[in-house]
Design a binder for this molecule. Sequence first.
Ligand code: DX5
Ligand code: ZN
Length: 219
Amino acid sequence: MIKIAPSILASDFAKLGSEVADVERGGADWIHVDVMDGHFVPNITLGPPIVDSLRPHTSLLLDVHLMIENPELYIQEFVKAGAGMITVHVEACVHLHRVIHLIKEHGILAGVALNPGTPASAVKEVLPDVDMVLVMTVNPGFGGQAFIPNTVGKIRELRTQLQALGRPHVHIEVDGGITKETAPLVVEAGADVLVAGSAVFGQPDRAAAIADIRSSVGS
Ligand code: DX5
Ligand code: ZN
């Protein structure tokens, strides 16, 4: 079963509550929350207070993608604010294994993300520990960028490694440039969670946009 996680980065931040309620009614599975610090990526978005304000407006899991340096300093705040899953970048963590376990000790799901320039081997040692691997299909920082086709091989490689470890339930999420045209490529390679910013929030009819992506992958 494929999950669709609309990214609020492409929503109208002035009416975040109703934007999130709209995609929940439209059939979204998770809400993807992009946190950027202006250091790890060249953009600034939002922090724990916004997640906290958003929490009562949806019953869906808040999938918090931390594109920040020193993510370990903010885990507790995001958990308190209502995150159901926190994903950290391998490129931002010196002590990746420790950070993943810190997230899990709070009783929520933990993910690890890789930039397009980072090989699958960079996360090999934590595959037994994570609930999700997030394969960035654009360079993080901005919505509305073009999908990088070269990332498909990495999705396939990670899915094979997870099968070999006896962990087929671990999610592989893709993020960046996902549309009804690119979704079939990543799902065929083994992705099961599709983040979509512009392809959902950029459309007037969000329910139709979600249904279009779902039907493109036969889900
Ligand atoms: C990019 C963010 C994405 C972004 C995706 O740095 O992590 O979640 O919102 O936006 P689209 O789907 O428009 O490429
Ligand atoms: Zn993201």
